[in-house]
Ligand binder design. Sequence first.
Ligand code: HEC
Length: 141
Amino acid sequence: MTRYFAILPAIFIVAIASSSSHSSEAAPEYVVQDGQVDKATFNGYRRFHGTCHACHGQDALGGSFAPSLVESLKTMDYEAFKQTVLEGRQVTDASGAVNAMPSFGNDKNITKHLDDIYRYLAARSDGVLDPGRPPKLPKPK
Ligand code: HEC
């Protein structure tokens, strides 16, 4: 009984520390004006269609291999998104078939651009960006 009470405060402190470090990391933001996107969001569009679209479909609408990320990001937060892409995920269904999201944690072409990919997908998921190659906003003068 006494041991239980001694351990409790330690657990409590760890929980506070980890929750505050999460909330301090804000999700990257996109800029979309009249269907035109900022440089970062455009980069995300390009990177998504360089790698992720093979499974997640053109315009992130989903494919026969993987779910629509336009749908996923309606409920998935930035932390969960990042963790899934960096670590991957393997799901085995009842019949033993494996459905796998690869881990991109060692792929610099993705890790360097993960925030931009998130920006693009968030804009698609929020319904502010149409399918297709988005025009870029004019460069600031
Ligand atoms: C080889 C195919 C493949 C590629 C390439 C791929 N994914 Fe996935 N991804 C999957 C599969 C399959 C799942 C679903 C796993 C499951 O059943 O939970 C998934 C799941 C996800 C999820 C979680 C969706 C959810 O609703 O839980 C995210 C986020 C995601 N992928 C992002 C990406 C991004 C970003 C890229 C490009 C860097 C990418 N994926 C490339 C196959 C792929």
